[in-house]
Design a protein around this ligand. Structure first.
Ligand code: SAT
Ligand code: MN
Length: 580
């Protein structure tokens, strides 16, 4: 395979001259190619076959123990003007970054195969989709991209039609954490990644392209690239509302997108459109529509079981790549929260019980094609995407944020999104469990200055009078002993139901300083046996705590200086004043 696109041809030959691979393979995305790579990786030990009876066509990959999560401190946005990247990003000057990377790439593929992966983010026939090409020396990346994106011949044909694509160059290098960088050049739509073989650092279609570069493109072209799941909530009468929801990594997006309704709501149905990324466009009528640029799931494994996420549990019984989980005696994958089986081997490939650590790394992942999900929506492949009724923001917060509340307007909703804060998780290296500001759950993923990003969000109200309603949820409230106040998982459907009722003006609400909250009996929770006092606290607004929150948030907003949109400051002042 080769290409009629001269720019692509030239780039591939330039990269080959720099990295000096032994051979070059243009990936066609076929099953044959996937199977051959699996065979090759099994024979060289990169993949280990799992129990063929219980987990047909499932494989285990153990990454380097120092390469198990995104590395935010080594992730840079490289723009001509530093302030275009903003204080929310690490910045490096374009030339400096390129010099550094070119030195690392020099001869880095000697003795290796260089794979050229044309891919399309979004359905190949959608006007909202965008293409890219990843060059990598990692066959693990190729098989993951095969499951996560539409890659190969169709994507290449579209690239040749569109005559534009995002360039992503990746090499695992020596997996030395001291020689590791994830660089983005949004002005030239390119990515350079070196020294990691893991997830968002290496599968460049995902966070690097579909969020960091795409958010930049989206601003220029008038759309939004967001860290959001997309789901359809079908009521017993057959009406479906589509919801896009932004939560930080490892806060339950996959679980919510695949939710199975509790017994009492068994006539309701959740359809999955996406579990991580949404691209949102206004159509000619001003309706916001969403596509999921991805074609698979790279989901957190620990905690997945028949109760927490039956759909995910079932879909990862076959055709799945597991990364960094443990194993049982009979080669079944094992992870904390799996319920059955006993691990004998941990995620480092060591016998269990050595250091008392977990069998599966807390950020261990499954990679699986979206089509294996029983709840996969038939509209997930629709070129026009789905109409969005509600946008939901959320974070992991022990205190403060009530179970659910609704913004009073689009502008107020942008403030609520900008105010998202969440406890850190194992999805990125660094301390876990500390609250940090994570606006729109995009802190690690927004490819430009947050102040400009909020202006862009605010600009939508001037372009449509039918924008989605905006909400905030918090599934993670705890009491003083660390017990969760809300059961979460399937029961979250009750909150989604209230949200859709609000969208249809079918239920009233209580106006508070921070937004509209449900009245005590507006959510159907009779069968949940929640203590009335607990319920009260889940739906209460502690003014003193909120004043403190708003003051801190105000200081954070101030740090963006003159670039901060006046409207956002105005919204902040209004909420702050209402709390007095
Ligand atoms: O490693 S990934 O960025 O792909 C997963 C995540 O952090 O959401
Ligand atoms: Mn994510």
């Amino acid at each position: 395979m080769t290409t009629s696109n001269q720019a692509l041809k030239q780039w591939v030959s330039d990269v080959a001259a720099l990295t000096r691979p032994q051979s070059i393979v243009w990936c066609d995305g076929s099953d044959q190619e996937y199977d051959d790579l699996i065979k090759q990786m099994v024979s060289d030990g990169t993949l280990k076959p799992l129990n063929d009876e219980t987990h047909p066509d499932c494989y285990l990959h153990l990454s380097d123990p120092q390469d198990v999560a995104r590395v935010e401190h080594l992730t840079f946005i490289c723009t001509v003007n530093q302030q275009d990247a903003g204080d929310n990003n690490h910045w490096m000057a374009v030339n400096e970054a390129k010099q550094k990377m070119n030195a690392l790439y020099d001869g880095c593929m000697e003795g290796r195969t260089m794979y050229v992966i044309p891919y399309c983010m979004g359905p190949v026939d959608s006007p909202y989709s965008r293409c890219g090409v990843e060059i990598t020396d990692s066959p693990y990346v190729v098989i993951n991209m095969n499951l996560m994106t539409r890659m190969g011949a169709d994507a290449l044909a579209r690239i040749e039609r569109d005559d534009t694509f995002v360039r992503g160059l990746h090499s695992t290098g020596e997996l030395d954490p001291e020689r590791r960088y994830i660089m983005h050049f949004p002005e030239e739509l390119s990515i350079m990644s070196f020294g990691s073989g893991y997830g968002g650092n290496a599968l460049l279609g995902k966070k690097c392209h579909a969020l960091r570069i795409a958010s930049w493109q989206a601003r220029q072209e008038g759309w939004l690239a967001e860290h959001m799941l997309i789901l359809g909530l079908e009521s017993p009468t057959g009406e479906t509302h589509y919801i896009a929801a932004a939560f930080p990594s490892a806060c339950g997006k996959t679980n919510l997108a695949m939710l199975i309704p509790p017994e009492k709501f068994k006539d309701w149905k959740i359809w999955t459109l996406g579990d991580d990324i949404a691209w949102l466009h206004l159509d000619a009528e001003g309706q916001m529509r969403a596509i999921n640029p991805e074609a698979g799931y790279f989901g957190v494994v620990p905690g997945t079981n028949e109760k927490t996420n039956r759909n995910a549990y079932d879909m990862i019984q076959r055709n799945t790549i597991f990364t960094n989980v443990g194993q049982t005696e009979d080669q079944q994958p094992w992870w904390e929260g799996k319920k059955d089986g006993t691990p004998v081997m941990d995620w480092k490939g060591q016998p269990m019980a050595g250091d008392g650590g977990p069998a599966a790394h807390p950020n261990s992942r499954f990679t699986v094609s979206a089509t294996q999900n029983k709840a996969y929506s038939s509209l997930a492949e629709a070129p026009q995407g789905v109409p969005i009724s509600a946008i939901v923001f959320g974070g992991r917060r022990r205190e403060l944020a009530p179970l659910v509340y609704q913004a009073k307007s689009w502008e107020h909703g942008v403030l609520i999104g900008a105010g998202v804060a969440s406890e850190t998780t194992a999805a990125a290296t660094g301390e876990v469990g500390v609250v940090r500001r994570d606006p729109m759950a995009m802190k690690p993923f927004c490819g430009y200055n947050f102040a400009d990003y909020w202006s862009h969000w605010l600009s939508f109200s001037g372009r449509s009078d039918k924008l989605p309603k905006i909400f905030h949820v918090n599934w993670f409230r705890q009491d003083q002993d660390g017990n969760f106040l809300w059961p979460g998982f399937g029961e979250n459907l009750r909150v989604l139901q209230w949200i859709t009722q609000r969208c249809d003006n079918k239920v009233s609400a209580r106006e508070t300083a921070i937004g509209y909250l449900p009245n005590d009996d507006d959510l159907d929770i009779d069968d949940l046996q929640i203590d009335p006092q607990v319920w009260q606290s889940l739906l209460s607004v502690d003014r003193e705590q909120w004043r403190q929150e708003l003051d801190e948030f105000g200081q954070y907003l101030d740090s963006f200086g003159d670039r901060l949109p006046g409207e956002l400051r105005h919204q902040h002042q209004q909420v702050r004043a209402a709390l007095d």
